[in-house]
Write a protein that binds this ligand. Structure first.
Ligand SMILES: Cc1ncc(C[n+]2csc(CCOP(=O)(O)OP(=O)(O)O)c2C)c(N)n1
Ligand SMILES: CC(=O)[C@@H](O)[C@H](O)COP(=O)(O)O
Ligand SMILES: [Mg+2]
Length: 622
């Protein structure tokens, strides 16, 4: 590790001779594999960007030249080369390095990210700012083939391609993979670019990078000389970029001179590099999906899948297959999260009714709306955090038209190591204000299954939110039974205090209620709220507490407060949930405990707010 250990800053990397870069890449890849196997994290994508990262920092004058990564799950080599090597053992842990770029972590992280397809927009903004400020640095966006499939990337290309006064380079890191195999026409197009004349052109590209008009002229002349019609320009050229490539993204002898040539050019440039996900670690190359995101593992053995407790994701996946067998109208939709959303078996068993639409949350929702207009029963499986992307589609295309779309909202609440970017803290706040929509929060695995069935049978938009990981471990029935809409369930009768708990907070609230002698209710529905029960509880108890794994602001507790106000009832109401700040990465259970959202924390908050005396006062009415 001699070369790597000497690099604490890209300026030191730039002192190396070109022939030292290959051995450096070897050291970096070894370090990366060793490091991720100890911490867990995103492995395959990072193994694929080792050479590209070295070449970019070697050629560009970072951080003066701006380097913007898309998604950011492939930035571990970048972190290692930009002074964070010694902290890689803290990756994705509380108070440790983030798994994604963060502006507050390093001046080399020019743009915070983790949701995909933002890089070209952000880089274009930076390039425009440079122009306006009279600065002459370069801006580079690195975007994967999966991320390139999103509408937002194309909105940015559309804008950038006519910005001929800006020095912007878009590097397409094409590894022919999203998390799962890529889908759609763009992917097919990229595969075609890899073949035929483009492949032949790639061999010399390091020596002959030319501005777009010259390339275009040469193409026409070549066609003319051969008496043929000139070959068509690439899609990216049609957008206004100078397209270069495809080149081998693991070949430093091609990457470095190509980037050096491009750096001297002005206007929008597009470099297509081809990499292998998992490159250099045989097991990850053979199964890049398994090694996309890993826990800790022994690199000489590889990941050994161990049976664990059933996760909510698995509950959903099993329900989806059962419901699809029962109802031929069901169509399962995922925006590029087949594995994460538990849809692998469904995709195999019901290929005609399975739709991976790419990283395209907005399209996923409106595609579902379209299916619903024709009497189909779409189920959009989506992480809470990614539904944020499709809010207008949820409002305008689904809720406003009262269309029958079921939303399976996975990763609702804190997610743990991915941190604030992936936390699903806001879905309750942004969904419960929508007319027509039914919103449920699952408190255990079996209830999750029943809620999904309820949502599916409800003839309008309905969502079930459930957290990352396993639930309390209750037995899961095989039947497809529903819950009456808008009904809560009293889990424990006590006096003085009533705890109204939502979803994942029911189990700790029941434990807290036992310690306090309080009534505990599993509210089940955020919308419609069981107003009759809420008002009855308010009349029977002196103090009310709401507990939820979601933003307190605008959340389910706020819904209870509104219901009380509407009924003219005033009661001391303690609302527990996620505070008005972003919660960083760490282990999910530990983060919840830190926030007082475990049984002990709930007891402590209630005692702190209402005192330690048994609050026996029963009130007659408001
Ligand atoms: C808006 C959004 N939707 C979904 C995801 C989940 N996600 C993270 S990486 C990824 C695949 C990205 O593919 P690509 O850009 O080709 O990068 P690769 O993993 O191949 O390196 C997906 C779907 C996300 N981060 N953001
Ligand atoms: C980078 C990204 O967005 C995904 O890979 C995400 O990290 C997956 O999270 P889960 O592990 O919760 O599926
Ligand atoms: Mg890819």
């Amino acid at each position: 590790m001699k070369l790597l250990e000497a690099i604490n800053d890209p300026a030191q990397l730039r002192q190396l001779a070109p022939e030292q870069l290959v051995p450096l890449a070897h050291e970096l890849r070894q370090f990366l594999l060793d490091s991720v196997s100890r911490t867990g994290g995103h492995l395959s994508s990072n193994l694929g960007t080792v050479e590209l990262t070295i070449a970019l920092h070697y050629v560009f004058d970072t951080p003066r030249d701006r380097l913007v990564w898309d998604v950011g799950h492939q930035t571990y080599p970048h972190k290692i080369l930009t002074g964070r090597r010694a902290r890689m053992h803290t990756l994705r842990q509380a108070n440790g390095l983030s798994g994604f770029p963060r502006r507050d972590e390093s001046r080399y992280d020019t743009f915070g990210t983790a949701h995909s397809s933002t890089s070209v927009s952000a880089a274009l903004g930076m390039a425009r700012a440079a122009r306006l400020k009279g600065e002459n640095h370069k801006t580079v966006a690195v975007i994967g083939d999966g991320a390139m499939s999103a509408g937002m990337a194309f909105e940015a290309l559309n804008n950038a391609g006519v910005a001929h006064d800006l020095d912007l380079l878009v590097v397409l890191n094409d590894n022919d993979m999203s998390i799962s195999p890529p889908v759609g026409a763009l992917n097919r197009y990229l595969a075609r670019l890899m073949s035929g004349r483009f492949h032949a052109a790639a061999r010399n590209v390091g020596r002959t990078v030319l501005p777009a008009p010259v390339v275009e002229l040469a193409r026409r002349l070549e066609g003319h000389a051969k008496g043929m019609v000139a070959p068509p320009a690439t899609l990216f050229e049609e957008f206004g970029f100078n397209y270069i490539g495809p080149i081998d993204g693991h070949d430093l002898d091609a990457l470095v001179p190509t980037l050096q040539n491009i750096r001297a050019l002005h206007g929008p440039q597009f470099l297509h590099v081809v990499t292998r996900k998992g490159c250099g670690y045989e097991l990850a190359e053979a199964d890049p999906i398994l090694y996309h995101g890993t826990g800790k593992f022994n690199p000489s053995v590889g990941i050994v899948p161990a049976p664990g407790r059933t996760t909510y994701t698995e509950v959903f996946g099993d329900w989806l297959c059962d419901m699809a067998a029962a109802d031929r109208r069901l169509v399962g939709i995922t925006p590029a999260m087949r594995e994460g959303s538990g849809m692998v078996r469904f995709a195999q068993q019901f290929p005609e009714r399975y739709a991976d639409v790419g990283i395209a949350e907005q399209h996923a929702v409106t595609f579902g709306a379209g299916l619903a207009t024709e009497g189909m029963k779409p189920v959009v499986a989506i992480y809470s955090t990614f539904l944020q992307r499709a809010y207008d589609q949820l409002v305008h295309d689904v809720a406003l038209q009262n269309l029958d779309v079921t939303f399976a909202l996975d990763r609702a609440g804190l997610v743990g190591p991915d941190g604030a970017t992936h936390a699903g803290n806001y879905d309750v706040a942004y969904m419960r204000c929508l007319p027509n929509l039914v919103l449920m929060a699952a408190s255990d695995e079996n209830e999750c299954r029943r809620m999904l069935t309820t949502a599916f049978h409800y003839p309008g938009p309905a969502a079930v939110r459930y957290p990352r990981g396993a639930g309390p471990g209750v037995a899961i029935g095989h039947e497809l039974s529903s819950i009456e809409i808008g009904t809560a369930e009293v889990r424990r009768r006590g006096e003085g205090i009533a705890i109204l708990a939502f979803g994942s907070m029911v189990a700790p609230s029941v434990a807290a209620g036992a310690e306090l002698g309080a009534t505990v209710v599993n509210m089940r529905f955020v919308k419609p709220l069981d107003v009759a029960l809420v008002t009855r509880l308010a009349r029977e108890h002196a103090r009310l507490v709401t507990v939820e794994e979601g933003s307190v602001m605008g959340g389910a507790g706020a819904a209870v407060a509104e219901a009380l106000a509407a009924a003219g009832l005033t009661r001391p109401l303690l609302m527990l949930g996620l505070p008005d700040r972003f919660i960083q990465h760490g282990e999910r259970a530990a983060l919840l405990a830190d926030l007082g959202l475990d049984a002990g924390g709930i007891v402590a908050s209630i005692r702190q707010r209402f005192g330690t005396q048994e609050p026996r006062l029963a009130v007659s009415n408001g």
